[in-house]
Design a protein around this ligand. Structure first.
Ligand SMILES: Nc1nc2c(ncn2[C@@H]2O[C@H](COP(=O)(O)OP(=O)(O)OP(=O)(O)O)[C@@H](O)[C@H]2O)c(=O)[nH]1
Length: 701
C-alpha cells in the first residue's frame, strides 16, 4: 500500500522539506511522491537512513539530517518558553485563563533558506484559502486544476495530494500540523498582561441604579440630550447598550440599561463593566426598597457610589430626608464627614446635570482608571440580538485595546470576523477604542450579555477556543454549587472564609429588624455573620443573583421565593432557607457556624397553583378554581398559601378536584378546584405552593 510523504517523514521525525530533499537525492521518481510512496521507495529510504525495525516494530533512525534536528530542537524550546509564559499568565488572569492565543507565536508561512515556502495546514483547506496561502489568485488555481482534469470551485475542499502537487509547482511544500488538544489551565489563555508603560487613562463607565420611577431613564436621557455636540443630533437616538459623552474635554460612558438587576446579572457571568454606580433617589419619595437593594448590589461589587438626589424641582422634594434615610444604611455624605458624594439634580428640568458629571469625573480621577489602548481588543457584550437581515448583532463595550473591522473575534460560544462597527452615534466606523460602545456585526451566532469579546489572530484558534468554551460551560453548570449551611463548616475551613454572607427577606420591616438583630448576635470569634442585604417582601431572582456573586445564602422568614427565583437558585446552587419561626433560623445558623448542623428533614418542592376564582359553598367553606402554573399538586401534599410572596398559611388541602371528580394529582397546565383544611381566607391571585417533606435518616459515623 502506498504511503503519503508527510506520513513517512513523520515516522523518521523529519520535516517534509528535509524528507523531500532526500527523496530527490535518492532519485525516486519526482512525481511518485505526490501520489504516495511505493513500498520499494520506502525500503530504499530506510536503507539510506540506516533504519531498521526494532523488536517492538518502532523505527530506529541512525542517521539524520543536521538541519532538521536543529529545527526540531529550536521548536521544542519555543514551546517550552510558551508554556512558561502561559503558566505565569495563568496566575494573573480571571475567568478565561485557560486559553492563550498562540496565534501570534505560529507563523503560517515560513520561507526557508533555499527559497522554499512551507505552508502549514491544520487540516482540510478550501481552494480559495489555499490560493491565498500560495499568494496566487483563486481563478489562476481553478484554471490550473481544470487543466489537470479537476473541476473545483473556490469553496471546494482541496484533496491533500492535489494540494501537495500544486504546492510543489510554486516551490512550496505542505506541513500538516496535528491540532493540539486544548487542556484546561494549560495551553491557551486569552488575557495578555500589560506593561506599565503601555497603560493610559481611560474614560469611566457608569451604571445608573435606583427604585422604580425615581428617574433612572429620565436622567440617562437628559444627560445624553444635554451633551450632544453640534452635528450629532441626528444620531443620538441610536441605542446600543451604552453611550459616551464629553464633558470638559473628558469622556464618560453610560451603560444604557439602568438597574441593579442587569448590573448583577453581568457580574454573575463574570463581567464587571461598571466603574462607578449612580444611585438615583427621588427627593419626594426618599429611600425605598429597591434603593436599598441597589445599594447592596453596588456595595457587594465594591463599586464607588454617587447619590443623585433627583426631582428637586418638585415642591415636596426633601433632599435632607434622603441623606438621613441613607445614613441608616451606612451611607454618610461628604459634608457630614463621610465619603459619599450627594448631588441634587432634576432630570426633568435639567438642573445641575453638569454638577453630577463633574462629580463623576472627580471620582474617576481618584480611581485612576487605566488600560492599554494598543493591544488586541477585549470587550464585554452588553446586549445582543439576531437581526433577520444582517444576522447576529452584539452591543459591546471595549475595555482594552482597539477593535478594528476585519478582526477575528470570539465571544462565549460565538466567533466570527468584524464585518462592521457602528458607534453610539449611529455612524459606521473602522475602529473603536477604550471604554467606547459599539455595535459589532460579524458573529456567526448570538453571544450572550456578559460574554467577553476577544480578538484572536487566527481563525482556526478562534474556532477551537469557542469549542473549549462550550465544553467549559457544560462542565461549570454541572459542577456549580454555592455555599450552603450544611456544608458551611467544611467550606469555611477549606476556603478560609471568615464571613457568612446572608441575604435576608422577611414579611415586614419589623421582622427584618428583629431577625437582623438576632443574626448579628450569632457571630463567633472565627466567623462573622455579614448581612449584605435585608429587606421585606418575596425572595426575588435579583436576590439569587446577588447571593450567587457574593457567595451568600438566602434566609426567608415568613416569605417564599418567586417561581423564577426558585428555579434560578436551583440552577445556580444557591441555598434558600425559609422558616416561619425565628428561633429555627437562628439555631440553624448557630449550629452551622460550629459545624453541628445535620439535616433532619428535607423539603421537596412539588409545584405552584394560581388561584383564579374563589367560590363560597354553603356548609363547606371556600373553594378555589385554580390553574397549575408549575410542577404538580397532590391531594395529600403539604401546602402553603402565598400572597405577594408572603406566607399567609401553612397546612394541607381539604379537597382537590379535576372537573367534578376527586383527583389524586393535577399537573402543570391543568385546571383544578381546591379547598384548604381549616382555612378560609383564600383570595384571587393567591399562590398555593405544594411540597413534600422527606425525613433524612441519620447514620452513625
Ligand atoms: N418632577 C420631576 N419628575 C421627574 C424627574 N425625573 C423623572 N421624573 C418623572 O418620574 C417618572 C419616572 O421616571 P423614569 O425616568 O421613567 O424612572 P425610572 O427610574 O427609569 O423608572 P423605571 O424604569 O420604571 O424603573 C416619569 O414620569 C418622569 O417624568 C424630575 O427630575 N422631576
Amino acid at each position: 500500500m502506498k504511503k503519503r510523504v508527510h506520513e513517512v517523514a513523520k515516522e523518521y521525525n523529519m520535516s517534509n522539506k528535509d524528507f523531500l530533499d532526500l527523496v530527490h537525492e535518492l532519485g525516486i521518481d519526482a512525481n511518485s511522491h505526490l501520489c504516495g510512496l511505493e513500498d520499494s521507495d520506502i525500503e530504499r529510504i530506510a536503507k539510506h537512513l540506516g533504519t531498521e525495525e526494532d523488536s517492538s516494530g518502532d523505527k530506529k533512525k541512525k542517521k539524520k539530517k543536521k538541519r532538521s534536528k536543529g529545527a526540531k530542537e529550536s521548536k521544542k524550546e519555543t514551546s517550552k518558553e510558551t508554556k512558561e509564559k502561559t503558566s505565569h499568565k495563568k496566575k494573573k488572569g480571571r475567568r478565561s485563563d485557560f486559553i492563550v492565543n498562540k496565534a501570534e507565536e505560529v507563523e503560517e508561512v515560513v520561507i526557508e533558506e533555499d527559497g522554499l515556502k512551507v505552508i502549514k495546514l491544520a487540516g482540510e483547506i478550501t481552494l480559495g484559502d489555499f490560493a491565498t496561502k500560495l499568494k496566487i489568485s483563486s481563478t489562476e488555481l481553478i484554471k490550473k486544476l481544470f487543466l489537470k482534469g479537476q473541476m473545483l470551485t473556490i469553496n471546494s475542499t482541496l484533496p491533500m495530494e492535489i494540494a501537495e502537487e500544486i504546492a510543489e509547482e510554486y516551490d512550496a511544500i505542505i506541513e500538516i500540523e496535528e491540532p493540539e488538544e486544548l487542556e484546561f489551565g494549560e495551553k491557551f489563555a486569552l488575557e495578555i498582561e500589560d506593561k506599565e508603560e503601555e497603560l493610559q487613562e481611560r474614560p469611566p463607565v457608569i451604571t445608573i441604579m435606583g427604585h422604580v420611577d425615581h428617574g433612572k431613564t429620565s436622567l440617562l436621557d437628559a444627560i445624553r440630550a444635554a451633551n450632544v455636540a453640534d452635528g450629532e443630533a441626528g444620531g443620538i437616538t441610536q441605542k446600543i447598550g451604552a453611550y459616551q459623552i464629553t464633558k470638559n474635554g473628558q469622556k464618560i460612558t453610560f451603560v444604557d440599561t439602568p438597574g441593579h438587576e442587569a448590573f448583577t446579572d453581568m457580574r454573575a457571568r463574570g463581567a464587571q463593566v461598571t466603574d462607578i454606580a449612580i444611585l438615583v433617589v427621588a427627593a419626594d419619595d426618599g429611600v425605598m426598597p429597591q434603593t436599598v437593594e441597589a445599594l447592596a448590589h453596588a456595595k457587594s461589587a465594591n463599586v464607588p457610589i454617587i447619590i443623585a438626589v433627583n426631582k428637586i424641582d418638585k415642591p415636596e422634594a426633601d433632599p435632607s430626608r434622603v441623606k438621613n434615610e441613607l445614613m441608616e444604611h451606612g451611607i454618610v455624605p461628604v459634608e457630614w464627614g463621610g465619603d459619599v458624594e450627594f448631588v441634587e439634580v432634576s432630570a426633568k428640568q435639567r438642573i445641575n446635570l453638569d454638577g453630577l458629571l463633574e462629580t463623576i469625573l472627580l471620582t474617576s480621577e481618584i480611581l485612576e482608571l487605566r488600560a492599554n489602548p494598543k493591544k488586541r481588543a477585549k470587550g464585554i457584550v452588553l446586549e445582543s440580538r439576531l437581526d433577520p437581515k444582517v444576522g447576529p448583532i452584539a452591543d459591546v463595550l471595549i475595555q482594552e485595546g482597539e477593535l478594528k473591522v476585519g478582526d477575528i473575534i470570539v465571544a462565549g460560544e460565538a466567533n466570527g470576523r468584524v464585518r462592521a462597527l457602528i458607534n453610539d452615534k449611529g455612524d459606521r466606523v473602522d475602529n473603536i477604542g477604550l471604554s467606547q460602545p459599539t455595535e459589532i456585526i460579524g458573529f456567526n451566532a448570538v453571544p450572550g450579555a456578559g460574554d467577553v469579546v476577544y480578538v484572536i489572530q487566527n481563525e482556526q484558534h478562534a474556532k477551537r477556543i469557542v469549542e473549549e468554551m462550550a465544553r467549559e460551560r457544560k462542565m461549570a453548570t454541572t459542577a456549580k454549587k454555592s455555599i450552603t449551611l450544611e456544608s458551611l463548616s467544611q467550606t469555611l475551613e477549606e476556603a478560609a472564609i471568615k464571613e457568612l454572607n446572608i441575604i435576608l427577606r422577611a414579611d415586614s420591616k419589623g421582622s427584618v429588624e428583629a431577625l437582623k438583630d438576632s443574626l448579628n448576635k450569632i457571630s463567633t470569634d472565627e466567623v462573622a455573620v455579614n448581612i449584605i442585604q435585608a429587606a421585606s417582601g418575596a425572595i426575588t431572582e435579583s436576590d439569587v443573583r446577588l447571593a450567587e456573586v457574593s457567595n451568600a445564602i438566602i434566609i426567608g422568614f415568613h416569605v417564599r421565593p418567586t417561581t423564577k427565583a426558585l428555579k434560578d437558585a436551583e440552577a445556580a446552587g444557591v441555598e434558600i432557607r425559609t422558616s416561619s419561626i425565628i428561633y429555627h433560623i437562628t439555631e440553624d445558623i448557630e449550629k452551622a457556624l460550629t459545624g453541628m448542623l445535620e439535616p433532619e428533614f428535607k423539603e421537596i418542592y412539588l409545584g405552584r397553583i394560581e388561584i383564579k376564582k374563589v367560590f363560597n359553598i354553603t356548609g363547606f367553606g371556600k373553594v378555589a378554581g385554580c390553574f397549575v402554573v408549575d410542577g404538580k399538586v397532590k391531594n395529600d401534599s403539604n401546602i402553603r398559601l402565598l400572597r405577594n410572596g408572603v406566607v399567609v398559611y401553612e397546612g394541607a388541602l381539604s379537597t382537590l378536584k379535576r372537573y367534578k371528580d376527586d383527583a389524586k394529582e393535577v399537573v402543570a397546565g391543568q385546571e383544578c378546584g381546591l379547598g384548604i383544611k381549616n382555612f378560609n381566607d383564600i383570595k384571587e391571585g393567591d399562590i398555593v405552593e405544594a411540597f413534600d417533606v422527606q425525613e433524612i435518616k441519620r447514620t452513625l459515623r
